[in-house]
Design a binder for this molecule. Structure first.
Ligand code: HEC
Length: 450
């Protein structure tokens, strides 16, 4: 476990502490347990528009409706259910042309049908939007920060919610409650009209929330996977969102209808960050597998990868104007890259046609977050040690070095005028620093305490 990035470690400990009673353990959940199996193994051939045998396995209703040959599930009787029959035996009929389901998966489906093939309400999936706003007894750690482009709001994830603060720290404007107990990353659309956050519940679900900033309403919740999403990015057209996931996949969804438009399985470990190129055609991603990858969004294929880091990569931030990204991770180095292929794979150390631009001063501690000022002049990074450093992006010259709060700093964001940088982390306090001097300008709690 010591190899996990600290944020993840804290997340795991947290979810262990919060694990609810095991009383419901034996009841199989359609949404949490059955649907993920079907999504991974069946829906490629059984979805609207491509329903082999006339069978759509994407929703509970469609599944009970059955296919061309009639119903495939007889509630309460797995052995009499055609669907169960097709996945059993030495050479199961389904999933067609691929490996049989695992015994554990077959058993779950069997138990689910035997228990009545019920669809648990989405609210029964253990983690859901709380009826009352969360009451905090202590400050939760701050995972992410984003200022609205007009400079008026600061979005900060809390527990089961996003808090919208007045950007000047004078108070909480609104609390946006949602299903995910933890949101890992928040960002505003270019015009600031909507806000996107991603997160979920470890080993349960990943969620992307899209909020109308003005009306403070949830426009859409996209729930996929059975693990949490990280590192959300909005495309330049504001029509797509990308996320990384603990299941090693990179996914892109349409904001308008929530449909998945791309999936890439090229990473070997958790994916923590995503960034679109200016033309919206490509995506850069970073992972605990130490690699940064350039992906073609139309095909989902890998174009190129950079394996310069010797240790897991934790964060990725794109330059606000140029087609550049900065990566950071356990090695303690910010590296700046062009978001374009290097003209073929190169072995490490070979700098010919490199997309590599610059490396910044080494931090003695793993980098947890990186932020550019809106004009692209400054870049700041924060570390596990609680240190924050600010550099000139074009020369790498250090402008300020700050010993931030108590404990790791996980999140950074520059104010809209670029004059201050806000930092948050383990101690749950938000601190604003002067970009030029590093001096503390203000400090307040990330969530309201009683
Ligand atoms: C590669 C494509 C493919 C995948 C993946 C796949 N199926 Fe099918 N499935 C088909 C086709 C094609 C049919 C139509 C009947 C046939 O050709 O056997 C079908 C038919 C069915 C039927 C109806 C059979 C009948 O005769 O009534 C069931 C039930 C079914 N599939 C369940 C599943 C389940 C459950 C999974 C996942 C574990 C799955 N399928 C995965 C292609 C697929």
């Amino acid at each position: 476990m010591s190899r996990l990035p600290p944020r993840t470690l804290i997340l795991l400990l947290y979810s262990m502490l919060c694990a609810s009673s095991k009383a419901k353990e034996d009841i199989v959940s359609f949404h949490r347990e059955v649907l993920p199996i079907l999504r991974t193994n069946c829906v490629a051939c059984h979805k609207p528009g491509k329903s082999k045998g006339g069978l759509d396995l994407t929703t509970h209703a469609a599944m009970l409706q059955g296919g061309d040959e009639g119903q495939v599930i007889r509630s309460g009787d797995a052995l009499a259910s055609r669907l169960f029959e097709t996945i059993c035996g030495d050479e199961p009929e389904m999933p067609k042309e691929s490996e049989p389901l695992l015994p554990r998966e077959i058993d779950l489906i069997k138990r689910w049908i035997t228990q009545g093939a019920i669809e648990d309400a989405a609210s029964d999936t253990g983690t859901r939007r709380p009826a009352e706003p969360t009451t905090y007894r202590s400050l939760p750690s701050v995972n992410s920060l984003a200022f609205s482009p007009d400079g008026s709001l600061l979005a900060v994830p809390g527990r089961h919610e996003i808090l919208l603060h007045h950007a000047d720290g004078s108070g909480v404007v609104s609390r946006l409650a949602g299903d995910s107990p933890r949101l890992e990353s928040v960002t505003f659309s270019t015009a600031g009209t909507f806000l996107v956050a991603c997160g979920g519940a470890v080993s349960e679900f990943g969620e992307i929330q899209i909020w109308d900033t003005r009306r403070r309403e949830l426009i859409r919740s996209i729930k996929e996977s059975n693990d949490a999403f990280y590192g959300v990015a909005i495309s330049p057209s504001n029509q797509q969102v990308a996320v990384g996931c603990a299941d090693k996949l990179v996914r892109v969804f349409n904001i308008a209808d929530g449909l998945e438009v791309m999936r890439c399985d090229n990473h070997l470990d958790w994916v923590f960050g995503t960034a679109f190129t200016n033309d919206g055609l490509r995506l850069v991603t970073v992972s605990r597998d130490k690699a940064a990858k350039l992906i073609d969004i139309t095909t989902g294929h890998l174009i190129d990868d950079v394996n310069m880091s010797r240790d897991p990569l934790i964060c990725l931030t794109r330059h606000p104007i140029e087609n550049l990204v900065a990566t950071g991770g356990a090695e303690g180095k910010i590296r700046l890259f062009k978001m374009e292929p290097r003209g073929g794979r190169l072995s490490e150390g070979d700098n010919k046609e490199e997309s590599f631009v610059r490396e910044f001063e080494h931090m003695a501690s793993p980098i947890q977050s990186i932020a550019f000022s809106p004009d692209g002049i400054h870049v700041a990074c924060s570390a596990l040690s609680g240190e924050v450093r600010i550099f000139k992006a074009d020369s790498g010259q250090r402008v300020a070095q700050i010993q931030g709060g108590r404990g790791p700093i996980f999140a950074l964001a520059f104010t809209a005028d670029g004059k201050q940088v806000a930092a948050g982390g383990y101690d749950g306090r938000l601190r604003y620093y002067n970009t030029e001097t590093g001096g503390v300008v203000k400090e307040f709690n990330s969530v309201p305490l009683p």
